[in-house]
Design a protein around this ligand. Structure first.
Ligand SMILES: C[S@@+](CC[C@H](N)C(=O)[O-])C[C@H]1O[C@@H](n2cnc3c(N)ncnc32)[C@H](O)[C@@H]1O
Length: 272
């Protein structure tokens, strides 16, 4: 039996099993990334062969959950990379706020436990407050979606650990979160945000979006899946809608001519 890293047949059988049993589309993810993540769990359980790990998954439902958790990589923070949110608040929010859209529709695609979704809603709320204008769900709706149910449950609670605030300016934290644990987002923001389970690969995207943030998600997908997703985001956006990617992500293929760069450093683009 070859060592796990050389056992391509074993790897293929294991990923086919996960895709079949957990509807997790392994084939669209970068193989290197999947191998690294699966290896983390195999090491944690002291298992050396893919076939043995597959057998362990059959016996141990909790391990299956841990594996899916490891594969989906849920790390996130409120206002993760503050400079990107600062740029969104200067270059995107005022344009959408002054525009005709009622409500403005935002989509945090791959939202994990909701930090990005609430952060976007807060940017709009701050803008409205500065202008002395009201904001409710008839004016702004942010949809957070993810493939991972456990993350979505946590997102719906809207409560965050201290570490989630590392990138959050103190005045924003004071205004929008309870002062004591569990640090909970205020109801005015909670009411602007909803969550849904969606698999970016298999589920059709929502339509008529004005702002899509898909950050630190595409990096895990192979190139052709990324190109497909850019096409879907293009179709999901209303004309002139904005797309924000993560710091190390960029447009590929036909998307390069379908979007104009608004702030290339902060990965903000606009549908042509
Ligand atoms: C690293 S987190 C990014 C969270 C947030 N966007 C940020 O930048 O902080 C990646 C998220 O993508 C989600 N994800 C991975 N594959 C997905 C898929 N096929 N459909 C929807 N979400 C997916 C994971 O569950 C995870 O919550």
């Amino acid at each position: 039996m070859p060592a796990a890293e050389l056992d391509d047949a074993g790897f293929a059988a294991l990923t086919a099993k996960i895709a079949r049993e957990r509807a997790f589309g392994c084939a669209s993810y970068k193989e290197k990334c999947l191998r690294r993540r699966i290896a983390v769990r195999m090491r944690a359980r002291g298992v050396h062969r893919f076939a043995d790990y597959a057998a362990l998954l059959d016996r141990d439902a909790l391990e299956y959950e841990r594996l899916i958790d490891t594969l989906t990589i849920n790390v996130t923070k409120l206002f993760r990379n503050w400079s990107a949110f600062d740029a969104i608040s200067r270059l995107v929010v005022p344009i959408l706020w002054e525009g005709a859209a009622r409500p403005i529709r935002g989509w945090s695609a791959g939202c994990s436990s909701g930090e990005e979704s609430y952060s976007l809603a807060i940017l709009f709320h701050r803008h409205a407050a500065l202008r002395g204008e009201p904001i409710d769900a008839s004016r702004l709706q942010v949809l957070g979606s993810d493939i991972d149910r456990a993350s979505l449950e946590s997102a719906r609670r809207g409560q965050f650990a201290e570490a989630a605030f590392a990138d959050t300016p103190a005045e924003v934290r004071r205004r929008y979160f309870s002062a004591r644990p569990p640090f909970e987002v205020v109801p005015e923001i909670r009411s602007l945000v909803s969550f849904e389970r969606r698999d970016l690969i298999v589920d059709p995207p929502p339509r008529g979006m004005h702002l899509i943030a898909c950050r630190n998600v595409l990096i895990y997908f192979d190139r052709s899946t990324q190109e497909t997703l850019f096409q879907r985001f293009h179709d999901a956006l209303a004309p002139g809608g904005f797309l924000v990617l993560g710091k190390v992500e960029t447009l590929l293929g036909p998307a390069r001519s379908q979007f104009a760069a608004v702030d290339p450093r902060e990965r903000i683009f606009r549908r042509r």
